[in-house]
Design a protein around this ligand. Structure first.
Ligand code: DX5
Ligand code: ZN
Length: 229
């Protein structure tokens, strides 16, 4: 399994199974992993934080059972991530990424980021914090010492297949300068062989790809292009 605390030599390709065929998720995942994808990105949506419902604990458990050596990078687009830390850790998640927006103290039952990160670590997972396209990068800054990963959304979260928003590149460059070498910088949304170039130039080392990968005729070519060969 990949060690995310080491700066990778080339960007990692994170296959977002949201774009896989839900009737054969494991086979589709195996196919992209066999073609060079580095890990699986698992999008969890609750119908509140975003207006869509996707998958949860049972899907993570099934992926872990059938793909025991694959890193599972779980991205929670949910209002109350704390309730999922334990079940997801038990199910076999490796990275638990929650959104900075749900930690805003003006929200009812907002999440305490330091406590969340602590419990994620206690249960043996890496902790990530995600920010939406219009969220200021300063909202993750107080937690950078504790975080293993920062995820910059390059589309509005909620569904795959949207167009990449280049406006997020500037804050991505700023974030890269704040990060320790052991902290990964991930980008998610609208990434393909072309848009990934700007992301990588901005310092991104984990490229999430859904529709551009699963929808491609030649998936190997997409993976090779995204990791820069
Ligand atoms: C969007 C999800 C993404 C999504 C990306 O809300 O967080 O992970 O799968 O899909 P594409 O690559 O199609 O933009
Ligand atoms: Zn995602």
């Amino acid at each position: 399994m990949i060690d995310l605390s080491q700066q990778p030599e080339r960007p990692l390709v994170c296959a977002s199974i949201l774009a896989s065929d839900f009737g054969r998720v494991v086979e589709d995942a195996r196919d992209v992993l066999g073609k060079g994808a580095d890990l699986l990105h698992v999008d969890v949506m609750d119908g509140h934080f975003v207006g869509n419902l996707t998958m949860g604990e049972d899907m993570i458990r099934a992926l872990r059972k059938h793909l025991p050596d694959t890193l599972l990078d779980v991205h929670l687009m949910v209002d109350h991530p704390a309730m999922f830390v334990e079940p997801f850790a038990r199910a076999g998640a490796n990275v638990f990424t929650f959104h900075a927006e749900v930690c805003d103290p003006v929200r009812a039952r907002h999440t305490s980021a330091p406590a969340m990160i602590e419990s994620i670590h206690r249960l043996g997972m890496k902790a990530g914090m995600a920010i939406n396209p219009f969220t200021a990068p300063e909202s993750v800054e107080p937690y950078l010492e504790q975080l293993d990963l920062v995820l910059v959304m390059s589309v509005h979260p909620g569904k795959g297949g949207q167009r990449f928003m280049p406006g997020v590149l500037e804050k991505t460059r700023w974030l890269k300068r704040q990060l320790k070498p052991a902290t990964r910088l991930e980008m998610d949304g609208g990434l393909d062989e072309h848009t990934c170039k700007d992301a990588v130039a901005a310092g991104v080392d984990m490229l999430v790809t859904g529709s551009a990968l699963f929808g491609a005729k030649d998936r190997s070519a997409v993976i090779l292009a995204m990791r820069g060969r």
